[in-house]
Ligand binder design. Sequence first.
Ligand SMILES: NC(=O)c1ccc[n+]([C@@H]2O[C@H](COP(=O)([O-])OP(=O)(O)OC[C@H]3O[C@@H](n4cnc5c(N)ncnc54)[C@H](OP(=O)(O)O)[C@@H]3O)[C@@H](O)[C@H]2O)c1
Length: 371
Amino acid sequence: MTTTNRIDSLSRYHLLGRSGLRVSPLALGTMTFGTEWGWGSPKDTAHRLLARYLEAGGNFLDTADGYTNGTSEEIIGDYFAKQGGRDGAVIATKFTVNTSPGDPNAGGNGRKNIHRAVEGSLRRLKTDYLDLYWMHAWDGITPMEEVMSTLTDLVRVGKIRYIGLSDVPAWYFARAQTLAEREGWERVVALQLEYSLVERNIEREHIPAALELGASITPWSPLASGLLSGKYTREGLVAKGEGRLPAVQGRGNPGMEKLFTEKNWRIVDTLMEVARELDKPPAQVALAWVTRRPGVASTIIGATKLEQLEANLRALDVEIPEAQSAKLDAAGRPELVHPYIFFENAFFTSGMFTGGTSVRAEPTWFRPAVR
Ligand SMILES: NC(=O)c1ccc[n+]([C@@H]2O[C@H](COP(=O)([O-])OP(=O)(O)OC[C@H]3O[C@@H](n4cnc5c(N)ncnc54)[C@H](OP(=O)(O)O)[C@@H]3O)[C@@H](O)[C@H]2O)c1
């Protein structure tokens, strides 16, 4: 490895939650490794992306058993089998997605599925341990005690090193973490949630909970699947241009359809304006904004082309001055609804609550993360 190709900011590692695991501030998302879903990269491109990310100093890879029907994990496994270096990487994968239609125990978060899923991921990744094992999403069914005790057992037998929760309600995480502390289970080190200039709902509950309970946030889709790259034009609310969005819109996926709103296009306009003012690509500005939000340890970026990855890896070096930062913050600020209005409005906080006195709220986790 040559040192000239390194990007210093990528190897200024962050600890993941209250743990000893060091991760790069940008993780490489690999949901687009494999062409099975119609908008990913073939294996040779994926290997080039992986090689470049590692060469630049990145160490944190995000995959899932369900991504491209297992191909994403296989591509990563093949890479390290051929190139070596697996121990230097922090490999994170996920369980929950049902991969055998008709079999209720081949998906979800029950113990039977977790054991089935971990063996499949280890096989496809060609490794004998996972650095971080995510519950991909709350299944709304399995008792939390079953999930947390099963994951704890997997840590104890050495199949996984750390535990994370993705796409869960904040109350679920808060209860899981509190029970873990009481029962002596392994604690949750990170939450993986959608977070970007156009998706800021986690600022209400998840970020304050993570700060309070010692877990990090690892945002996914920080460019809103490419909407915030600035490469799309709009026709009504529809995105036009080369890339994933035209391929997925109109297919009934609610996670994608929610992107195409008047509000989001206005946020794109503000981003473009700020990017012009800073003379930086909009994708870099959008990523720089996410990486600096409270609680964020590592942002999971996606790229299907080498030049996209190269540009995005430089986002950590982009400074956003206060005036531009305020513009971006205002553009997509979540609506101040009940009961949060009580905690963030001076009428209540310095008037009704503290009797007009000035009270310095320490420690920092007491401060709402929203603004
Ligand atoms: N836990 C979960 O439920 C969950 C859900 C989704 C994703 N994830 C994780 O998060 C990772 C990232 O998600 P994502 O791929 O949606 O992230 P994203 O950063 O929002 O979107 C990445 C896409 O934007 C486009 N793009 C990126 N950089 C660009 C640039 N500089 N110029 C122009 N276009 C650019 C590319 O799409 P084109 O191919 O269209 O060019 C790229 O694939 C995934 O790989 C996965 O690991 C987790």
